[in-house]
Write a protein that binds this ligand. Structure first.
Ligand SMILES: [Zn+2]
Length: 62
């Protein structure tokens, strides 16, 4: 299933023009920051997974 858009991890902007293959981004260009590395784009689902999986965060509030 192809997502409607992917998110640029450099500036967190949605990018609607991209190439999708084998369940991942193979080509995309962010018009906001100029990023064009397909490794640095994620789907909304992937972003949510990253946001909720913060095991590496410390909760040090004194
Ligand atoms: Zn960007």
């Amino acid at each position: 299933m192809i997502p409607d858009y992917v998110i640029c991890l450099e500036c967190e902007s949605p990018v609607y023009v991209f190439e999708w293959e084998d369940g991942k981004v193979v080509e995309a260009v962010c018009t906001v920051c100029g990023n064009e590395d397909p490794e640095t784009f994620a789907t909304e689902d992937q972003m949510e997974a990253l946001a909720s999986d913060r095991r590496w965060d410390t909760h040090d509030h004194g």
